[in-house]
Write a protein that binds this ligand. Sequence first.
Ligand SMILES: [Zn+2]
Length: 311
Amino acid sequence: MQAHLISFFEHQVPMLPEEYLPGYLARLFEMTKGVNARQLMSFNGSTQLGKLHQLFPRVASCFAYRESASECGDTLLERHLGARFWLSFVPEDDYREHIEQIMSRPKSKRSVFCGEETLNSLKPMKFCSECRNNDIKRYGASFWRANQQLTSIFYCDEHNKPLNTFKIDNKLSLKNYPVINDEVLEASIPLSDAPLLRWLHDETTVFLSAMSIEDNRYEISRIKWFITRALGTKQSGGKLIITRSINQDWRSFLAMSLSQLCMSETSYIDFADRSMNSLTRLIAQDAPVSHPLIFLLAKKYAQELTLRKII
Ligand SMILES: [Zn+2]
């Protein structure tokens, strides 16, 4: 078994409860200044944390599933990367295959979800200013929380208030912000309370508090059936058929919702048009979900359509 230097330091400076794994690695990096970076990050094959727009960044898989890890990788990712939520959207076999590919190719940029590169602007770092104050009183500094970094989490459940967002400059990385310091606080923007944000947050929280990932996978399959019925989907030659007008209506809804969630001026019209975001693909029981956020929006769309029909 290959021993990694990081395991030694992990015991010296353990992760805090609920701490976001890449944030912890950034903090460990800062606290071990003077230690050879290459040796410290040997588990990763690179001294970089990489881009963190992915729900499951490469550095997290290399840390969680390294040979010398003291804790089960799956458990660690549930506690420190919100895996109870996002892993529910990935079939078990696909997930294991993804880890194998990632671990064997240090330069791999492969994502678990194919829509992640485009949704980059929807994944700023997030924190709660009240939690930050409490952390500073308790630990002398504040740390990034795992669940708050999920794309569809917008509120602090403990303090029942919208989170602050902080966008890291393209030339910098989380290694420049291992803790939520004054600079982060001053440059952060509080999210405004909006029904769509609240709805997505509540849906995500249900998945996070489920008994198991397996329960969540069953629930996702059930939601797919609900959407299928709500859209009046027909079957022809083994294929699911959705009317052209509903498909167009969905694409407008998706592009509009993403623009509402995004702080930049990005247009999501082309993204919404991609085949991976089509309703037929999203409701197919055996097809992978392009992104959990897109799936939740499809559920919201189906709910609204059902209400419109009743009215
Ligand atoms: Zn809080």
